[in-house]
Design a protein around this ligand. Structure first.
Ligand code: ATP
Ligand code: MG
Length: 417
């Protein structure tokens, strides 16, 4: 136990951190280009927020939350997703009075007690955006275009966009009646979970992964064909907007999303090359959520991308990640005087914004040079008493092997060239 990370968690090791940093940089750039500002929310919140915000008929709330009592006997939950926390912050910090729409993004860890498998962990990373205060389909188009561009910039070419509309409380209530009429003769054939959903949230039955349930729902009436006028024209507006930008999509009437607060637009980006956990990104509109969490009625829309799945897609596609900038120079030393001198020198180089290293554990010169090579140093020099006395040393280009005697005074200038 002591030397094993908890099930479903993973270290991100220094050998792979450049991939994460690259993606994080692309996220920041993308959000800047689209005018979304970063928000950082707490890792834990009051349990009630997720019960309300995520919805207590969802798998997340029913089965997957890390909930505990803190020492003050408060029920606390590790965030299973980002939206609820961002909505809480929007309300708590009076962002309703900021210029609308308020466009935010986050890059967080999330926690769910899940069956661990490929692409499904208990601690994972999500990049998400939330936009508040825009009711029309323009913002739906904007955030979907943001994702398309994100995938394009990362060189990902096998993710397809599926969209659907799950209507508003008015048309959904009408539809639920129709759906229940259709399902009721077959209730005994539906799984146990779907039987509990039948009264509370029948739409979720459409989303069930059980074969028996899928068979029955295959012929069910589709919500997309039963939208009210307003929801219908919103969906038409979304499709027209996507077509205007040349973004391909498929209407998938089976996307209902796991979360109760979604209204109108729902969408997914799905990859065909990472197996069962192919949904890289899920999102949609949640016009009822802010009010449900105690704010004024406010339209909202957002998405979340699982970064582990995004990385899987990129790796499976053979995308190479830009290597981080390496070490500029390694200063090898012989003797104590040179060591002191090198100590000052690397500090000076670092002050100049160069990346410099020296030996710290008394390695032999040969071992120091081997180490410099391992670190991927571009240049090296060896300093001994002679070099310090003469102020001259041999600068070695580690890539080409070229060597050149230089004056130590000119080192910074040379490295900066
Ligand atoms: P799934 O149907 O795969 O369980 P979900 O509907 O629970 O997904 P969301 O709550 O919409 O997923 O989360 C958004 C994204 O976060 C998913 O599309 C996925 O990329 C990622 N994600 C969700 N759960 C996990 C997990 N346990 N491990 C890794 N990534 C996850
Ligand atoms: Mg899930």
């Amino acid at each position: 136990m002591l030397t094993q990370a908890p099930k479903g968690t993973k270290d991100i090791l220094p050998s792979e951190i450049h991939k994460w940093q690259y993606i994080e940089k692309e996220i920041a750039k993308l959000c800047h280009d689209f005018g979304y500002k970063e928000i950082r929310i707490p890792v834990f919140e009051h349990t009630e927020l997720f019960q309300r915000g995520v919805g207590d008929t969802t798998d997340i709330v029913q089965k997957e939350m890390y909930t505990f009592l803190d020492k003050g006997q408060r029920s606390i939950t590790l965030r299973p997703e980002g939206t609820a926390g961002v909505v809480r912050s929007y309300i708590e910090n009076g962002m309703a009075s900021h210029p609308q729409p308020v466009k935010l993004y986050y890059n967080i860890t999330a926690y769910r007690y899940e069956n661990v498998q490929k692409g499904r962990y208990r601690e994972f990373h999500q990049f998400g955006v939330e936009a508040f205060g825009a009711a029309g389909p323009s913002i739906d188009v904007e955030i979907i275009s943001m994702l398309r561009l994100f995938f394009d910039r990362l060189g990902i070419n096998q993710v397809s966009l599926n969209i659907n509309s799950i209507g508003c409380p008015v048309c959904r209530a009408e539809y639920n009646k129709k759906l229940k009429d259709y399902l009721s003769p077959n209730l005994d054939k539906l799984c146990e979970t779907c039987n509990t959903r039948f009264e509370r949230n029948p739409l979720r039955i459409i989303d069930c992964k059980e074969e028996a349930c899928k068979k029955i729902t295959a012929g069910a009436p589709a919500l997309i064909e039963n939208l009210c006028g307003e929801c219908h024209s919103h969906f038409e507006g979304l499709k027209a907007g996507l077509e205007n930008l040349g973004i391909d999509y498929t209407v998938d009437k089976n996307i209902v999303r796991g979360l109760d607060y979604y209204t109108k637009t729902v969408f997914e980006f799905v990859s065909s090359n990472i197996g069962a956990q192919g949904t890289v990104c899920g999102g949609g509109r949640y016009d009822g959520l802010i009010e449900a969490c105690g704010g004024k009625p406010t339209p909202g829309i957002g998405f979340a991308i699982g970064l582990e799945r995004l990385l899987m897609v990129m790796e499976n596609q053979g995308i190479t990640f830009p290597e981080p900038k390496g070490l500029d120079i390694f200063i090898a030393t012989i003797g104590e005087k040179a060591d002191r001198y090198a100590e000052k020198m690397v500090y000076q180089l670092r002050k100049e914004g160069l990346s410099a290293q020296k030996d710290l554990i008394g390695k032999s010169v040969k071992a120091q040079m081997k180490y410099a090579d391992k670190l991927g140093a571009k240049y090296s020099i060896v300093l001994g008493d002679d070099e310090i006395d003469s102020g001259k040393a041999v600068l070695k280009n580690m890539e080409t092997g070229d060597q050149k005697e230089i004056s130590l005074d000119t080192l910074i200038c040379r490295l900066k060239m």
